[in-house]
Design a protein around this ligand. Sequence first.
Ligand code: ASP
Length: 344
Amino acid sequence: MSKVLLISTGGTITMVRDRVSGALVPADIETFKAYMPELSGGDIRVDISAFDPLLDSSDVDPKSWAQMAQMVYDRYDDYDGFVILHGTDTMSYSASALSFMLENLGKPVVFTGSQLPVGVLRSDAKENLLTAIEIAAAKDEEGNAIVPEVTIYFEDRLFRANRTTKRNAEHFSAFNSYNYPALAKAGVHITYQPHLVHYSDSRLPLKLHTAYDVNVAVLKLFPGIQPATVRAVLRIRGLKAVVLETFGAGNAPTAQWLYRELKKAVDNGIIIVNKTQCNTGSVEMGLYAVSLNLMRAGVISGYDVTTEALLTKMMYLLGEYPDDPEQVKKLLQTNLCGEVTIDE
Ligand code: ASP
């Protein structure tokens, strides 16, 4: 019998309506279990471990990511796969972070949640959770896990976690992976795409990384942005790395003050990575003249990475190599676990 560990962190899937305020709040795990009798008695054994208290994912932070990664690591040998119940709002951040924190992963870690609480009749909770469990337990004919990656399963698609973005606050199809195809589609059957899966070297043992550094920021450019706004971000005390959200293929205003501010920050040791504001496609610095200043200032390319993956990768690398910014810079331009496409 396959064994899956269900780790509940909270999210809408576990919520009930508060009688006084009318707002949705996480319920306790026993209430959740009462709504999901399917979890026991099937042909996959599901054990449950839960955060206490359960969280709305707006309250999930890097410490919670380390806690989730530690829970997987501690029980790694006891289970065939793991399902993490999580709120949808920051699921892409947590799942991206875990893809870096669990190096050489050889078993599935599937994040899922729902748009409607489990107790609501039309809820998407049951379908999402039961299919996620099946994916976490799925093995090929040789008995190897079919998708031994950190993934997000939602609505009817399985995505590589560090390629996802929450795209919809209304529809059941809450996530998308704009720059990488789905790893599986679920209909009557679950159709896997093994040629798209990232496999770690199975000879290497799972390695846990729980150090992180939160001295990072996101600076989104917009037409009319003022020097004071840019300075307010780039001059944050202790700042180590910045996601610079640019236009189109990685373009920015050519104003000299912007070039000077970016150059000064880079010269002061701040790593600045160019990430396009477009969901689909890649940064291509040098394609347009309006990106040349960024190159001259020492801004590096984020290629087709998501902001969620880039930000969590920065936190992970800065925590892992606190005294080696050159290594951080190099690895930010390296594909570690399928999070970015870099043409050689
Ligand atoms: N606010 C909720 C959360 O992220 C939304 C959800 O789960 O869909 O925890």
